[in-house]
Structures are given as structure tokens and as C-alpha cells.
Write a protein that binds this ligand. Structure first.
Ligand code: HMG
Ligand code: MG
Length: 298
């Protein structure tokens, strides 16, 4: 049976902040990542090397990645949508890069201005350089259960894309419920198909909490043997090309649930809560984490 060890990929500094309307000073982003590096996390998605015209908030990617204090036991993946992004990421010292595509043509077009087939071509080009430079590539698939433009998504399509990305050399696929519409029933149907193409240790589940289903979806995924989850400090987040998408599930809430259920994340929840409180104050809003607000009052 699957182990009780869980890997959390903290995506707050990237997925959490990319959608913020206010300009967040690079120093705040850097301090956030440095603080998160002290709580037991082993993966912190730092930033994205995307077009600054498309996502202005991430225009300081190089500044952020080169200024953080990187710890040897932590990976700091960054997003790249194309070869230009990969080159910039490598030039800034990235050792791990995440590529992304969507199981919906409309979303793929809105998010990356190309078709799914063109995305696959971009990934292929990225893989060649990544292999040469010894950079690990993680693959994201967005809209794995639903698309804001096209509605429900076929589990078979998600499985097919997963296989292609794994065959091209992605070490892991993060299955994104981009707009948080998934229910445990929908997640189960999706995982039933996806786990036909590769075992559970090749996948992560990436939830957004728009409909309040994220923790339930994580529990469901645990039953399927998934042991890697993406989450965001204080529940920050949203995708600028996914209207209505709320924050990622809050890391504090995930860790609280997992520890209470006998899983080991290696994360110090108390420290995490303080960081969630700190970044929420910096952004001038209450935390999006239920456990975070409860434990700050406790
Ligand atoms: P495009 O406009 O078709 O690109 O955008 P282009 O090749 O025509 O280039 C246009 C301009 O952008 C050029 O500059 C390029 O040099 C520049 P100009 O000559 O006009 O001055 N450019 C770049 N600059 C910096 N870094 C780059 C880069 N590439 C081109 N890498 C493109 C195509 C893919 C670039 C654009 O659509 C883009 O950047 N999209 C990213 C959108 C994004 O970041 N979305 C959020 C992340 S995905 C997400 O949140 C989902 C996830 O969390 C999982 C889930 O929840 O499902 C991962
Ligand atoms: Mg996301």
C-alpha cells in the first residue's frame, strides 16, 4: 500500500501571486520564498518566466530567482511556456522547470496563444534543451475536470496528454483543477483513466478551492495513491486566464488535514501559519486559510 509520506509543492509565490492586481515588490516575493524555505517544505514554485505582457506580476522572475537563498534540500521550480522562457530560467539558475498545457483547446489558446498540438511541439523543443542542461521538467495539465469556456473535460483526453508528456520526459504530471469545479466524483473518474497510463507516483494533484471542494478532492486522490499535492500559502491565487478561479487550496488547511489523518508532510504547521498571516498582512487582506485564521486566534 502507498506510504503516509506526502510531498507538498508550495505554489503560493507563483500561482498565488501571479493574479494579484497590485504590484507586489520583488523584496516581498523574495522574503516569502525565504520564509517558506524554513518550514520543512521540499518544493517551492518560485516564479514564472512567461511574457510580462501576459502576466505583468511575474516580470521580475529573474530578480526573484537569483535573489532568494536557495537551500540544498529544496527544489525551486519555475514555470516556462516556451523555449524563450526555458532559456531565461536556465540563465537565472533554474534546476527545475514546469511546462503547462490544458485539456481544453479554448483554455490552451487563451492561456498560451496556441493549440494543444502546438503546445506539444513547444514541450518537445523544451525537452531537448532541458535534457542537454540537466534540468528536470514537470508537466502541468490544466482543466483536468472542467474548463471555464468548454465545460466538462473528457478524462480520456487528460490521460492521453499525460501519456504524451511522460513519454516526452516529464518526471511528473500535475493534474490541475484550474477553476476548482471538481468534485470527488469527477476527480475519481479522471484518475480512473489517468492511472491507466502511469502509476500514481507519476502524478500530483493541483486543486483550486472555488467551490469548496479542494480538501475533499485531495482526500479522494489519496485513496487513489496520489502522494504529491500543490497548494498555496494562505490560499492565495488564481489564473489570470481562468475567470472566476479562486485561490489554490491553502497549504495550512492541507497540512492540518493530513497531520490529523496520520500523514507525514515534514512541515511545521505553526511556522506555516505565521507565514500565511504575514503575507496576508502584506497584501492587506484576511487569510484564505480556514486553519490559518482559526489557529491565529487560538
Ligand atoms: P505570444 O504573444 O503568442 O508570444 O504569447 P510571442 O512568441 O508572439 O511573443 C510575444 C512577446 O512576448 C515577444 O516580445 C516575446 O519576446 C515575448 P516583443 O517582441 O513583443 O517585445 N515573450 C516572452 N517574454 C518573456 N518570457 C517568455 C516569452 N515568450 C515570449 N517566456 C506566450 C505566448 C506563451 C509567451 C504567452 O501566452 C504567455 O506568456 N502565457 C503565459 C500565461 C500564464 O503565465 N498563465 C498562468 C500560468 S498557468 C496556470 O496558472 C495554471 C496552473 O497553475 C495549473 C492549473 O491551475 O491548472 C499551472
Ligand atoms: Mg493553478
Amino acid at each position: 500500500s502507498a506510504s503516509n509520506k506526502i510531498k507538498i509543492v508550495e505554489v503560493g509565490p507563483r500561482d498565488g501571486l501571479q493574479n494579484e492586481k497590485q504590484v507586489i515588490p520583488s523584496e516581498v516575493k523574495i522574503e516569502l520564498i525565504n520564509k517558506l524555505s524554513n518550514v520543512g517544505l521540499t518544493a517551492i514554485e518560485a516564479t514564472s518566466f512567461v511574457s510580462p505582457k501576459w502576466v505583468p506580476q511575474m516580470a521580475d522572475a529573474r530578480q526573484v530567482l537569483t535573489s532568494i537563498t536557495q537551500k540544498p534540500n529544496i527544489s525551486y521550480p519555475v514555470l516556462a511556456p516556451n523555449l524563450k522562457g526555458l532559456e531565461a530560467a536556465i540563465d537565472a539558475g533554474a534546476k527545475e522547470v514546469a511546462i503547462f498545457c490544458a485539456a481544453s483547446e479554448t483554455f490552451n489558446k487563451k492561456n498560451t496563444n496556441c493549440t494543444l498540438e502546438e503546445s506539444m511541439e513547444r514541450v518537445k523543443a523544451i525537452m531537448d534543451l532541458a535534457r542537454e542542461k540537466n534540468v528536470q521538467i514537470r508537466g502541468y495539465i490544466s482543466c483536468v475536470v472542467g474548463c471555464p469556456y468548454e465545460g466538462p473535460v473528457s478524462p480520456k483526453l487528460v490521460a492521453d496528454i499525460s501519456k504524451r508528456l511522460l513519454d516526452m520526459g516529464c518526471y511528473e504530471i500535475s493534474l490541475g483543477d484550474t477553476i476548482g469545479v471538481g468534485t470527488p466524483g469527477a476527480i475519481a473518474k479522471m484518475l480512473d483513466e489517468v492511472l491507466k497510463v502511469a502509476p500514481a507516483d507519476k502524478f500530483a494533484v493541483h486543486t483550486h478551492d472555488t467551490y469548496g471542494q479542494a480538501l475533499a478532492n485531495i482526500l479522494c486522490s489519496l485513496d487513489y495513491g496520489i502522494r504529491t499535492f500543490d497548494s498555496s500559502i494562505a490560499g492565495l491565487g488564481g489564473c489570470p486566464y481562468a475567470p472566476g478561479a479562486k485561490g489554490n487550496v491553502a497549504t495550512e488547511d492541507v497540512v492540518y488535514m493530513l497531520h490529523g489523518s496520520g500523514y507525514d508532510t515534514g512541515i511545521d504547521l505553526k511556522e506555516l501559519i505565521h507565514i500565511g498571516d504575514w503575507i496576508s498582512q502584506k497584501l492587506g487582506r484576511p487569510t484564505g486559510s480556514r486553519a490559518g485564521s482559526a489557529l491565529m486566534l487560538a
